[in-house]
Design a protein around this ligand. Structure first.
Ligand code: NAP
Ligand code: GDD
Length: 338
């Protein structure tokens, strides 16, 4: 029987890959998107262009902070699975907008859980909550597992910890099938351009073709466990196919610094990153998460999921994509000048 899924955050990096995966698995996919004065669907437009997929992808306006409208949507759509990926997801921005960040992530998650609780009265529903390795914050042990205590140190991480614990609470209190995916950083050619990996690959491509001279960054010594987003959405889906709800870390098990990533990317283009990078203290954070390193053994043993794309491959995929983008930008610029 055709399954129905509702994705919040469908226009984001993960939402777009998850929509693709679920459509491929013959789901009917509903996505909630925020009304915006400009189009925000560039990551999913290709799904509409494919006529076959179009019939199984439906978009609805909504906002995580509007609980009533969210409940109305959930009751109208009657999803078998809800993937709550919507969020103000930028850690640095969460210092500038702490209340809004809490509203979208903390209250937003509560709104999703409440809507699911309403739906549960008439049909079973499963909820995936996008938790984050950022909750480990100033880490209390390395590597981090599902048993590592959280020690959040950004408004974003505090909000995610709230959403995480409410998800556990609804599982225990109301018997809702609700699972947390504690995902470590995952990147791709669809990553937002203000996250550090994409900022680096975009800049390197533009520098190579002469469209940019410098790249301004903050802390080059921070270390992250970086995987490939395409693979991580498969893990989200597997969590909801498991016979019971639970919490799972998803990570590669390798950590590397921002500096390492710069080196890998610029090397792809035969450039020396040290010639182009300047430190701008504006990009430092009031409190930094120095090192994240995940242990995804549980996800491998229980769900059969593991990350396979190496950091080198990830850097290659993203660099090739953004070099091509820069070439097209340069070409368009020359064409405009003619
Ligand atoms: P992303 O690219 O920033 O996408 C975020 C999505 O949330 C976008 O579709 C955005 O819509 C939507 N959104 C923002 N505020 C909203 C609101 N008030 N109501 C409804 N939707 C709203 O993030 P991502 O990288 O795909 O990450 C997906 C989720 O996983 C997020 O919850 C993030 O915090 C979490 N996470 C990500 C990572 C990672 O490394 N990528 C790791 C751990 C956890 P617009 O397009 O309109 O902005
Ligand atoms: N964004 C950004 N921009 N980060 C920089 C820069 C810069 O110019 N220079 C250095 N960094 C450092 C940050 O200080 C941080 O230590 C690291 O690069 C990674 O920053 P981001 O790419 O912004 O990601 P993040 O780790 O803060 O958060 C991402 O991963 C979390 C999972 O751990 C986001 O996707 C979160 O939504 C996600 O939960």
């Amino acid at each position: 029987m055709t399954k129905t899924a509702l994705i919040t955050g469908i226009t984001g990096q993960d939402g777009s890959y998850l929509a693709e995966l679920l459509l491929h698995k013959e789901y009917l996919v509903h996505g909630m998107l925020r009304r915006s004065s400009t189009f925000s669907t560039s990551r999913i437009d290709h799904l509409y262009r494919d006529r076959h997929e179009e019939s199984r992808l439906r978009l609805h306006y909504g906002d995580l902070t509007d609980g009533q409208a969210l409940t109305n949507l959930v009751l109208a759509v009657q999803p078998d699975e809800i993937y709550n990926l919507g969020a103000q997801s930028h850690v640095r921005v969460s210092y500038d907008q702490p209340v809004y960040t809490l509203q979208t992530i903390g209250v937003g998650t509560l709104n999703v859980l409440e809507a699911a609780r309403q739906l549960m009265r008439s049909k079973p529903v499963r909820v995936y909550q996008a938790s984050s390795s950022e909750m480990f914050g100033k880490v209390l042990e390395t590597p981090q597992t599902e048993r590592t205590p959280f020690n959040p140190q950004s408004p974003y991480a505090c909000a995610k910890a709230y959403g995480h614990f409410q998800t556990v609470n609804y599982r225990r209190g109301y018997d809702l099938f609700a699972s947390n995916g504690i995902l470590f950083n995952h990147e791709s050619e669809r990553r937002g351009e203000t996250f550090v990996t994409r900022k680096i690959t975009r800049a390197a491509g533009r520098i190579k073709v002469g469209l940019q001279k410098k790249l301004f960054l903050g802390n080059l010594d921070a270390k992250r466990d970086w995987g490939y987003a395409r693979e991580y959405v498969e893990g989200m889906w597997r969590m909801l196919q498991h016979h019971e709800p639970d919490d799972f870390v998803m990570a590669t098990g390798r950590t590397a610094s921002v500096r390492d990533f710069c080196r890998l990317v610029f090397e792809q283009l035969d450039l020396d990153y040290e010639e182009f990078i300047e430190i701008d203290p504006n990009y430092f954070r009031p409190a930094e998460v120095d090192v994240l390193l995940g242990d995804a053994t549980k996800a491998k043993e229980v769900l059969g999921w593991e990350a396979t794309t190496t950091l080198e491959e990830l850097a290659r995929i993203m660099t090739a994509h953004d070099y091509d983008l820069a070439l097209r930008e340069a070409h368009a610029k020359r064409f405009d000048a003619d």
